[in-house]
Design a protein around this ligand. Structure first.
Ligand SMILES: Cc1cc2nc3c(=O)[nH]c(=O)nc-3n(C[C@H](O)[C@H](O)[C@H](O)COP(=O)(O)OP(=O)(O)OC[C@H]3O[C@@H](n4cnc5c(N)ncnc54)[C@H](O)[C@@H]3O)c2cc1C
Length: 345
């Protein structure tokens, strides 16, 4: 545990930097956040969904029993702190795309309390095309991450704790007496201290659409997800692209996603925007948290992959407690597991 430092520099104000700076600030630590504003960081492009189950086999997300209630409670407290609306329950209606997927869902219902079968299976015929029924994932949550980031940004600016500029590695020499913690998302893969971590970045895109008259209480999912978004808009996505040349929206995605949307949605829509970002994912699908084994004033909170909305509050809290009180970091998230690799640079 680091005890000998003056202040804590946090590099990045996506989900990770937001929560880490919040916890450390509320614990009375002196902090400064550097964030280069970027229109398409992962946290800006996200649909903000917390879903307790995952994948085609509908298995429980890692540690969700502990992490989801923690995250919900945290977002609700942040609503009080920042006096704004951030979180709402928004269950996923899972419209089975094939008979096999229906069987997979139905087979899991008895053993998985997050899964339910609504009795009126014709309820959505007016709006959506579906032939194999639907199930409900309950509870799911939706977080207005863009509002959270903007509200915390304003708080930091008001308190003179934010520099909206790039933090270069050369600046580290000026911060020998400070802790520097990287919450820099996918950019961390080029960071001299941490680039050897086993990242497996993937690109995700979404279309933003106007769809009048579709009820906004749920997320509708078939071969694409239709998620309530800012104002009256909808977020339609996404994909997991492992081979990509840049972080820009692609024609290929737009054509593919629009074809999926057309076959799912019965009512008119209008695409108004197309967004894309790189997810800071890794091979193990577990976070990277802790201090560098050699450069012990340089730390990291990263690797949230596809689950930043639930993982970031929980693990930022754990990392903040480690810094403030010396309590443990979960062994599957602690970067001590990569001490050997990281000691090579
Ligand atoms: C299409 C898509 C959909 C998604 N949907 C969901 C979802 O529904 N639920 C969910 O839980 N997760 C979702 N995710 C994943 C989630 O968005 C990420 O896990 C999370 O946003 C990662 O946050 P982060 O803070 O680590 O990184 P980022 O959001 O990338 O933030 C990093 C910040 O650091 C800044 N920065 C980097 N380097 C520097 C530097 N040297 N100096 C200054 N600033 C710097 C960047 O500008 C940026 O602002 C989705 C991601 C995508 C792309």
């Amino acid at each position: 545990m680091q005890t000998n430092y003056e202040k804590i520099i946090i590099v990045g104000q996506g989900l990770c930097g937001t929560f880490l700076s919040m916890y450390l600030h509320l614990a009375g630590k002196e902090i400064v956040v550097y964030n280069l504003p970027k229109k398409n960081s992962s946290s800006i492009v996200t649909s903000g969904v917390i879903n307790p189950v995952t994948g085609r086999r509908i298995v429980r997300t890692w540690m969700i029993e502990e992490i989801m209630p923690f995250a919900v409670n945290t977002y609700q407290k942040v609503e009080q702190l920042l006096q704004t609306s951030i979180i709402k329950q928004c269950n996923i209606l899972d419209f089975h795309p094939t008979p096999q997927m229906k069987i997979a869902f139905d087979d899991r219902i008895n053993e998985e309390p997050f899964l339910q079968k609504p009795s009126n299976q014709n309820q959505w015929n007016e709006y959506l095309n579906y032939h194999f029924g639907f199930g409900e994932i309950n509870p799911c949550w939706q977080i207005d991450i863009q509002n959270l980031l903007q509200s915390w940004r304003e708080y930091l600016l008001t308190n003179r704790l934010l520099k909206e500029e790039y933090f270069s590695e050369e600046q580290i020499n000026l911060h020998k007496n400070n802790l520097v913690i990287y919450c820099d998302g996918a950019d961390n893969t080029t960071n001299s201290y941490f680039k050897l971590l086993p990242y497996a970045l993937n690109k995700g895109e979404a279309l933003i659409a106007e769809i009048n008259d579709l009820p906004r209480k749920n997320i509708y999912k078939q071969t694409c997800a239709i998620v309530p978004y800012k104002k009256d808009l909808w977020w339609i996505g996404s994909n997991y692209e492992w081979n990509f040349e840049n972080d820009l929206p692609s024609n290929h995605f737009r054509e593919d996603m629009e074809a999926r949307l057309k076959s799912f949605l019965k009512i008119p829509y209008k695409i108004v925007e197309h967004i894309a970002a790189i997810r800071p994912a890794n091979i193990e699908r577990r976070p990277f948290i802790g201090f560098h084994p050699i450069h012990q004033n340089i730390g990291i909170l990263n690797g949230m992959g596809t689950k930043g909305c639930s993982l970031a509050p929980y693990f930022a809290h754990q990392f903040s407690n480690y810094i403030v009180q010396g309590t443990a970091i979960h062994s599957m998230a602690d970067i001590k597991r990569f001490s050997g690799i990281l000691s090579k640079n």
